[in-house]
Design a binder for this molecule. Structure first.
Ligand code: ADP
Ligand code: MG
Length: 704
């Protein structure tokens, strides 16, 4: 927060007493701690009650980490080479045991105080009938007393390398308290008195003191909360400020009228009544488009929630106001499906729609590009091909981006640069993102949610079966096919062992052809090694019903729509991630018939896999699944590496501190709504600190 202040907060950690260049380097590489301030932000992850001292004779096989008081009476290095270790003898006044260091012994040897009372802490282990403690924490008893070490003891995360340099939890704690003493006077307040009073949070200086040396658990808790809240509040202020900059401060094209195209489509062509959620989202979008500001909206909606119609209605608004619209999809198959669907929905309306993908030939491309440039083409649907330099619009007013996860930020901004005034942007994703994550990763976007499925949709029944149940599963597949339905069977695709996966898939395919022989059954296969054109043909055969079973790797994950398919069998389901399985399951349940998903696994799998399978069987709700997914994998992995968008937080944690985040978001929103420029006196403190952040660390959020 105060990273660009010229004071000791930003002094390199190498200048802290007891650190030096070697340890400084380790602190940097292992913990990302560069400065005094970084170090004091390394907060404890839990606290231990260290008021009790044990005797060696108390140790039992069930003992966890214990604390003892006594003396180190001798120390020496024993063994040679890789066997070399430091062995010290500890005496608690009644009996003795050994303390052993297998790593870093030479260095620790020099630090161990002999015959000056010590407090030691560690988990005893039994070796040949005797208790010893490997790698205990050791602190001089007088130091322990003087810092009030007998109370609540902060526990810091450390690493093996740091531990071998004496920087285990308590070693780190010592450094942290030392650093805190050095910078204490320079810790400025960052929250207003009013806010602290309202939320019952301690001041910043006090909070740093209390987290690192608390007297009671309540004191520690409040101090932790204060620091986490502060970090999340500034994160949210930053994100909301950026949002302000992209909307309020950025001119957008104004779609003032709802014109002939929109109305005639709505009244004559719309094949169904919009769901309540769809109506609400259209209202949100129309409100954006009418402000003269720039729309930057994320539309989240589970597979099948009806995002396409929203994209089309919004495109019609653009056209009614004299602008063009583009819809960008991550794959050719999806772009093609959007194109087919939209052309069908538009029927006889006088709107020119084109499809531009990588496989459009040069000769077909030319007239398309000309039509875009002249304005004759109203809607263009396509893949990445749309962002190539040769694609020039007459007046692009709306960019819809489907399946956001597959696109990088840089690609998004390329689309924007295709118009003099940035087009309105609607990002659609079928991968629900937990609310708190959406608040940060997409904090610069407004969010709309389609949380209601079109009517008549039945829950997909999901079950888990092991190989022992395969015969029954095959019989069920047969039954569905004989009733005229179609079946997906999906195999995992893991990049590291593409060969093995391919073998799995082909073995599976072969045994299926034996169980479901021609001519009664027809099986298609689609995998990553096929040419796009061949894939396309196989997909089309399945879509037309020529084949009844489609054996595939996860290439079908995104978007294909075959309403007659009612059964999804996921093979080796233990190897799939939650959101991936949920996406796959979304391939079925698209028609009126009851649909099923069968998760096939071996008999044994990890607990984590069990949790995923149970979650899938329990619920069809994408948002609930996303929450569990985030709990299992953490926010970074949920967002994927491609555009992680997860902020780099020092003290708060997106998972653990979800509630604090919601509060911070709410409060930040209120403050900025009331005082958008933060000019009122009570907000000065926020303004000053926010400016510092915006100058010094501009990348708290993914900025397009
Ligand atoms: P998504 O892209 O969100 O996965 P789609 O837009 O492809 O979903 O819609 C899924 C299916 O539901 C399509 O067949 C679509 O025509 C249909 N649909 C969408 N909205 C409605 C609605 N309000 N009532 C009935 N059917 C709808
Ligand atoms: Mg879709």
């Amino acid at each position: 927060m105060s990273n660009n202040q010229p004071n000791s907060l930003t002094t390199s950690i190498a200048y802290l007493k007891g650190v030096g260049p070697k340890r400084a380097e380790l602190l940097q590489t292992e913990l990302g701690v560069f400065t005094f301030f970084d170090l004091i932000q390394h907060l404890p992850f839990r606290y231990e009650d260290r008021s009790k001292f044990h005797k060696i004779s108390d140790i039992t096989a069930d003992s966890t980490s214990l604390q003892f008081k006594g003396d180190i009476v001798s120390k020496k290095m024993v063994g040679v080479g890789r066997q070399a270790r430091l062995v010290a003898v500890f005496d608690d006044g009644e009996s003795t045991m050994e303390l052993v260091w297998f790593k870093g012994g030479k260095w620790i040897m020099g630090q161990l105080p002999v015959d000056i009372g010590v407090v030691i802490y560690g988990k005893p282990q039994n070796y040949k009938g005797k208790w010893n403690i490997p790698h205990p924490e050791v602190e001089r008893a007088d130091q322990f007393e003087s810092r009030g070490g007998g109370g609540l003891h902060p526990v810091y995360s450390s690493t093996e390398k740091l531990t071998s340099r004496g920087l285990h939890s308590s070693g780190l704690g010592r450094l942290i308290r030392l650093a805190l003493g050095e910078v204490h006077r320079e810790i400025d307040e960052t929250l207003s008195d009013q806010m602290m009073a309202q939320l019952q949070l301690p001041g910043r200086m006090e909070a740093f003191d209390k987290v690192h040396s608390p007297k009671t658990p309540q004191e520690a808790e409040r101090a932790l909360k204060r620091l986490r809240f502060e970090e999340l509040l500034y994160l949210q202020l930053t994100l909301l400020k950026q949002k302000q900059a992209m909307t309020v401060d950025m001119e957008g094209v104004r779609f003032e009228k709802v014109g002939g195209n929109f109305n005639s489509f709505y009244n004559d062509n719309l094949p169904f009544e919009l769901t309540g959620a769809q109506k609400r989202v259209m209202k949100e979008i129309r409100a954006d488009l009418n402000t003269g500001w720039h729309m930057n909206r994320l539309l989240q909606g589970d597979v099948g929630s009806g995002k396409t119609i929203i994209a089309l209605l919004t495109a019609l608004l653009a056209i009614d106001n004299g602008y063009q619209a583009c819809i960008m999809a991550p794959t050719e198959i999806l772009a093609q499906q959007h194109y087919n669907g939209i052309v069908e929905l538009l029927g006889q309306m006088d709107i020119k729609v084109e499809l531009l993908t990588g496989s459009v030939s040069k000769s077909a491309r030319r007239p398309m590009l000309d039509g875009l440039e002249s304005g004759e083409v109203n809607i263009i649907i396509g893949t990445h091909a749309l962002i190539e330099p040769g694609v020039v619009f007459k007046n692009l007013g709306l960019a819809v981006i489907d399946e956001q996860h597959k696109f990088g930020v840089a690609q998004r901004s390329k689309l924007w640069s295709k118009a003099a005034i940035s087009p309105h942007v609607l990002v659609m994703t079928a991968t629900p993102i937990p609310r708190t994550l959406a608040m940060t990763a997409y904090g610069d976007l407004d969010c709309s949610v389609l949380d209601e499925m079109p009517p008549g949709r039945k829950e997909i029944k999901t079950v888990h079966r092991t190989d022992g149940g395969r015969l029954a599963v095959n019989n069920f597949i047969e039954k569905e096919i004989l009733e005229g339905r179609q079946v997906y069977i999906v195999y995992p695709l893991i990049e590291e062992s593409a060969t093995l996966d391919h073998k799995d898939l082909m073995d599976g395919y072969e045994s299926l052809t034996r169980r479901f022989p021609l001519p009664k059954f027809r099986i298609g296969v689609v995998h990553g090694r096929m040419k796009p054109h061949d894939k396309e043909i196989e997909m089309q055969r399945f879509a037309k019903g020529t084949t009844q079973i489609l054996v595939a790797t996860t290439v079908i994950e995104v978007g294909v729509n075959v309403p007659n398919a009612t059964l999804m069998v996921i093979e080796s389901a233990e190897r799939f991630g939650l959101s991936q399985m949920h996406q796959l399951r979304g391939r079925v349940g698209r028609g009126a018939d009851q649909s099923y998903c069968i998760l096939m696994t071996k008999d044994e799998f990890s607990n984590e896999a069990r949790r995923r399978l149970e979650t899938m069987c329990r619920t069809n709700d994408g948002f609930e699944i996303a929450e569990v997914d985030m709990e299992i994998r953490g926010p970074g992995d949920v967002m994927g590496t491609q555009q992680s968008g997860v902020p780099d937080l020092q003290m708060a944690d997106l998972m653990r501190d979800r509630e604090i985040m919601v509060t911070a978001r709410y409060i930040a929103g209120q403050i900025l709504e009331e005082d958008p420029t933060l000019d009122s006196p009570k907000n000065q403190i926020l303004k000053i600190n926010l400016d510092r952040i915006l100058e010094g660390r501009p990348n708290w959020s993914r900025i397009s």
